[in-house]
Design a protein around this ligand. Structure first.
Ligand code: NAD
Ligand code: ZN
Ligand code: ZN
Length: 397
């Protein structure tokens, strides 16, 4: 079968790989009908390159049709249409019992010191082959996959795999007071859905979105946000305070992560580490301070005292100096982490699977391409050219 594989820093290729087979009785094989490229794939593509191995199959946002089920998978049958959460959770361990699915103790990677395994997400998270492929083996299929009712286009359901629950968790954890304000830093796919979720949850009376790409700012305005163009302000914090009686936003969501624009020194360092061979680069990646923290710093600056910062953006590196004094002195609540996808999917299914596409998910993707065009699609999504906001790939093409 064909699959999109990581080859070297910023080089991916569609190649023929063996079609997956059932390994455990709790596995299923899913024939992928739609798969998306995520901002997290961009980290693996480049910044987290040392954690990747040549030939790793990428992709953690996918849905499709169940093709085979192991003997212990009773919830699914061949032919069912499912969307698959990006974290692989057993559904019955200590963490899963508490809803902390991204920390599942059955699939945790204790050798790496990381949480639950993730599809297509490097040696740090179990090196599980991902979904930018014709077929995927889905471990713990008796728990993870979410059934998609008949009568809906793929894209009504696809983002349940990741960005919609991530946006939902990010906004929920931002704990916006009733009629308060939320600033969303970053207007990529996660920031866009966070804007719509904040509107849907009806707590925030002000939604302020920060980015530096025209189409992304314009799309956020269409969904009711006020926008700040990073290119036109000296300080995001001052710009947010100007809009909020001088105090700052009640809640701020970082929807950018380590690809943040505005850290030239760390950007150069990431590029340098990326050219080291994997065994040399890998420890540096985990232990050196190499995050591009511009977005996080602006989130801490833009939040009001006693406000909440919620971080959906992914950060790597363990030696970055955070503005701890400001964070402590401002008495912030900070919540962050990978999304516990299944914690939110029942609630979100009720919102998604009704006649009206209330969150506009069917119109989020700007580019529909074949899997064979995935290498060009990665470049397009990374460079944000041609109005690219979200790419959905069709594995049959
Ligand atoms: P994206 O890269 O398309 O979006 C990032 C946006 O931030 C871009 O529009 C970019 O122009 C903007 N940006 C860059 N620097 C900025 C700055 N300094 N200030 C304001 N805006 C800035 O990616 P995405 O798919 O929307 O994902 C966003 C982040 O969320 C990524 O870090 C991704 O890894 C992460 N993510 C986390 C989870 C989770 O479970 N926590 C799940 C999905 C995605
Ligand atoms: Zn993702
Ligand atoms: Zn578990």
């Amino acid at each position: 079968m064909r699959a999109l594989t990581w080859q070297s820093a910023a080089t991916v290729a569609v190649i023929d790989v063996p079609r997956p087979t059932l390994v455990h009785p709790t596995d299923a094989i899913v024939r992928v009908t739609s798969t998306a490229i995520c901002g997290s794939d961009l980290h693996l593509y480049d910044a987290l390159g040392p954690a990747m191995r040549n030939g790793d199959v990428l992709g953690h946002e996918f849905m499709g049709v169940v093709d085979e089920v192991g003997s212990e998978v009773t919830r699914l049958k061949v032919g069912d249409r499912v969307v698959v959460p990006f974290n692989i959770s057993c559904g019955h361990c200590w963490m899963c019992d508490r809803g902390f699915y991204s920390q599942c103790e059955t699939t945790q990677n204790t050798d790496q010191g990381t949480g639950a395994s993730l599809f297509g997400y490097s040696t740090l998270y179990g090196e599980v082959p991902g979904g930018q492929a014709e077929f995927v083996r889905v471990p713990h299929a008796d728990f993870g996959p979410v059934l998609v009712p008949e009568g809906f286009a793929d894209e009504r359901a696809l983002y349940l795999s990741d960005i919609l629950p991530t946006a939902w968790q990010g906004v929920t954890w931002a704990d916006v007071p009733q009629d308060g304000s939320i600033a969303i830093v970053g207007a990529g796919p996660v920031g866009q859905l966070a804007t719509r979720v904040a509107r849907h949850q009806q707590r925030a009376s002000r939604i302020i979105v920060v980015d530096l790409v025209d189409e992304r700012l314009a799309l956020a305005r269409e969904w009711g946000a006020e926008t700040i163009d990073l290119r036109q302000v000296d300080s995001v914090g001052d710009a947010v305070r100007d809009l909020t009686d001088g105090r700052g936003a009640d809640s701020v969501l970082d929807a950018v992560g380590m690809e943040a624009h505005g850290n030239p020194v760390t950007a150069a360092m990431i590029a340098a580490v990326n050219h080291l061979p994997g065994p040399v680069g890998r420890p540096l990646l985990k232990h050196a301070g190499m995050d591009r923290t511009a977005a996080l710093l602006s989130a801490v600056d833009a939040v009001r005292r006693s406000g909440t910062v919620s971080i959906s953006g992914v950060y790597g590196g363990n030696r970055d100096v955070l503005p701890l004094f400001d964070m402590f002195d401002k008495g912030l609540t900070v919540r962050m982490g990978q999304c516990h996808v299944r914690q939110w999917t029942d609630e979100l299914s009720n919102i998604l699977f009704q006649d009206e596409d209330v969150l506009g998910v069917e119109k989020l993707a700007t580019h529909h391409l074949g899997l064979s065009e995935a290498p060009a699609a990665y470049e397009l999504f990374r460079s944000k050219q041609d109005g690219c906001i979200k790419v959905v790939l069709d594995p049959t093409r």
